[in-house]
Design a protein around this ligand. Structure first.
Ligand code: ADP
Ligand code: MG
Length: 254
């Protein structure tokens, strides 16, 4: 784990209610609490529909909570901010811009492009896309597009990277490659990463810690499990990994 001082995430007594089609209130999250230390890679694991994306959207500032708070470094999250980068399952690149422009976008919209120009190629290079700076999103494979989405978020030097099933739409081979890529980026950029996933194996391969959520509605964190398995963890048959896998699958069934 990387030693850094900023990037502490804290959710306290968080709740989020939606009205369903009949106008009834449905509480997706209820008394949801977590604390993530700077530089940690934490996965939020839970069944489909339990509120994982809802939490991430609140953390990113795209949605507001009904009750409770989320803080980043002690400051209550209120609206979006470049300090909290977000990458979704779909890369959401701007189709009319080439890769260079897609990655430069954050710098331009903050008015700091001119003095930071050199960073665009640097980040494209970091995700292995330097030779594709003039390509358009439609010319890229799914994995390449997701790398570009990562570069676009990372160029803003976020303290926290929020990932919502970022590898969920990729084929198995690309997915395994991208897992290694994510670990490399996490170490290199000294980030706090919170990744939402419903894939037990992916959570084990990537995270320092796995927070398991209960079935919705009124979902909450039901377990906090440290991953004490040496890297690299692909195809690991370490007893600790096998045991952890069983433990997590058990938790998800309840
Ligand atoms: P997950 O990402 O874990 O699959 P979500 O966070 O997308 O789950 O959804 C959690 C629950 O909240 C689901 O029951 C979903 O139907 C409901 N929900 C999410 N967003 C909305 C919304 N905008 N309006 C109404 N209900 C919503
Ligand atoms: Mg989701």
């Amino acid at each position: 784990m990387v030693m850094r001082e900023t990037g502490v995430i804290e959710a306290t007594h968080l709740s989020k209610a939606f009205s369903d089609t009949e106008g009834e209130n449905l509480e997706a999250l209820s008394d949801f609490n977590l604390r993530i230390q700077p530089g940690e890679f934490v996965s939020l694991l839970g069944p489909s529909g339990c509120g994982k994306s809802t939490f991430l959207r609140i953390l990113a500032g795209l949605e507001s909570a009904t009750g409770g708070t989320v803080r980043l470094d002690g400051e209550v999250v209120n609206g979006t901010d470049y300090r909290r980068g977000l990458v979704f399952q779909q890369p959401k690149l701007f189709p009319w811009m080439n890769l260079y422009e897609n990655v430069a976008f954050g710098l331009r919209s903050r008015g700091i492009y001119r003095e930071n120009k050199h960073k665009v190629m640097e980040y494209l290079d970091m995700v292995g896309l330097a030779d594709f700076s003039r390509s358009y999103p439609y010319q890229l494979s799914g994995g390449m597009a997701q790398r570009a989405a990562l570069a676009r978020a990372l160029i803003n030097s976020p303290e926290v990277l929020c990932l919502d099933e970022p590898l969920g739409a990729l084929d198995t081979f690309t997915r395994l490659n991208m897992q290694d890529e994510l670990l490399r980026i996490w170490e290199r950029c000294e980030l706090t990463i919170i990744m939402v996933t419903h894939d037990v194996d992916e959570a084990i391969v990537l995270s320092d810690r796995i927070l398991v959520m209960s079935h919705g509605p009124e979902s909450t964190v039901i377990a906090d499990v440290a991953v004490d398995v040496p890297h690299p963890r692909h195809d690991t048959d370490a007893d600790s990994a096998v045991e952890l896998r069983h433990q997590l699958l058990d938790l998800l069934e309840h």
